[in-house]
Design a protein around this ligand. Structure first.
Ligand code: CMC
Length: 382
């Protein structure tokens, strides 16, 4: 690559090394710390996968118990956070709610730091902060959905692991094992994906020696966009718009004629299919059977088949996740906050890695504005 060649969107640019995950579009594989994500989704809890991302190895039973005890101790919503959410309009976007909540937590947790040079914190502090945010997000996301539905918040259940407790917090009833399993898998699949836009945002912010919370707040902002995490919400709007499998053809004719982007399809890195989709589609299938909703699978498969036939562009993870979260009972606008709750593990693993081997991220730009000119020569348009 010539030194001055512009790579629009940084496409194909290798910005740094990472040991957190490896995306290989050639073999259609995704490894977290060396383990294929499909194997992790089939055998591990999301908490164990978060441990793996942070520490580099899967936990022993003792290590997992210890992490779970800390996670349980930090599940409750702090009154200041609840208060901040309550002050937002009921029709604020849930991603704005989550972003605000994390910002409030950051302001509380870093209160008293009077020298900006200390903002970054120690590796131990940042690991602890990562686990605390991981623990708090289910309550934040669930509180938001219940608030919009006019429901009281429910308290966490110490007898439930992360995924089951998350569903309990949202719906206030004991979740079925099949739903917990599908939800746990979705969290693992969403946990990490190398230098995607939100993770890179977190690393850019971290590289200035800002604090972990600021990096996460920035990452949430990046994730909200429909070209990134917002796509899982956008998929559901499309499903609602289409209505049923028999409407797909006509809808697609019109959408493509209008040059619309079909949400949940395409990927910057994977060009022959997203490695995570088969696992999430299998989880969606278990939900389709559990809720007896063959119409959802029919619409899903028809749109996939017709779009791939016409454009040769394959679904990404947001395509099966959207309808899966819908079947579980999440509001469409809550889908991307669920992505936040999962990706907090990957973001913070990258923040820790960036802190351990930091270089300020500051690329160059090619100037294409006016040539140099001077105020003395300025003549206003009349
Ligand atoms: N629908 C219609 N056309 C598409 C789509 C799509 N979903 N994706 C790509 N294309 C077309 C695009 O219009 C372009 O065509 P042309 O060359 O004729 O202009 C060509 O394919 C290349 O697309 P691109 O947008 O330049 O490629 P990219 O690598 O920048 O895009 C993407 C990747 C994810 C932004 C894009 O595929 C997209 O907008 N997809 C829909 C949004 C989406 O599902 N995002 C989730 C991404 S993965 C998971 C996540 O992060 O949450």
């Amino acid at each position: 690559m010539a030194d001055n060649e512009i790579k629009k969107g940084l496409a194909g640019v290798i910005a740094d090394e990472t040991a957190v995950s490896k995306v290989n579009p050639e073999t259609n594989s995704l490894l977290y710390r060396g383990y294929p994500v499909q194997e992790l989704a089939a055998t591990q809890s999301f908490e164990a996968v978060a441990y793996l991302l942070w520490h580099g190895e899967l936990p022993t039973d003792e290590q997992l118990d210890e992490q779970r005890a800390t996670e349980r101790a930090h599940r409750a919503l702090a009154p200041e956070v609840k208060d901040a959410i309550d002050r937002l309009p009921l029709d604020s976007h849930p991603m704005d709610e989550v972003r605000t909540a994390v910002s409030v937590i950051g302001a509380i947790e870093t209160a008293g730091i009077s020298n900006v040079l200390d903002a970054v914190g120690t590796p131990e502090e940042n690991l602890q902060r990562s686990l605390q945010l991981f623990a708090a997000l289910p309550a934040i996301v669930s509180y938001g959905q219940r608030r919009r539905r006019g429901l009281e918040a429910v308290d966490s259940r110490d007898d439930l692991d992360y995924a089951a407790n998350f569903l309990w917090l949202t719906f206030g009833e004991e979740p079925d094992a099949v739903v917990v399993d599908a939800f746990n898998r979705s969290m693992i699949l969403y946990a990490e994906h190398s230098f995607n836009a939100s993770t890179f945002t977190a690393r850019v912010i971290t590289s200035t020696l800002s604090d972990l919370y600021s990096a996460v707040v920035g990452a949430i902002g990046a994730l909200k966009g429909p070209l990134h995490g917002g796509a899982n919400e956008a998929v559901m709007h499309i499903f609602d718009e289409i209505g049923g499998a028999s409407e797909v053809s006509g809808w697609l004719d019109k959408a493509l004629a209008e040059k619309r982007k079909i949400m949940g399809f395409g990927h910057r890195v994977y060009k022959r299919g997203d490695s995570r989709v088969p696992t999430m589609k299998a989880a969606l299938d278990t939900l389709v059977a559990h809720y007896d909703r063959p119409d959802v699978a029919e619409l899903y498969e028809t749109l996939e088949r017709e779009f791939v036939e016409r454009k040769g562009i394959y679904p990404n993870l947001d395509y099966p996740s959207g309808p899966a979260y819908n079947l579980i009972g999440y509001d469409t606008l809550t889908f991307t906050p669920l992505f936040v709750a999962a990706r907090i593990s990957g973001w913070t693993a990258h923040i820790l890695e960036q802190q351990a081997s930091n270089a300020l991220i500051r690329p160059l730009s090619a100037y294409n504005g006016p040539d140099e000119r001077h105020i003395a020569e300025y003549e206003p348009d009349t």
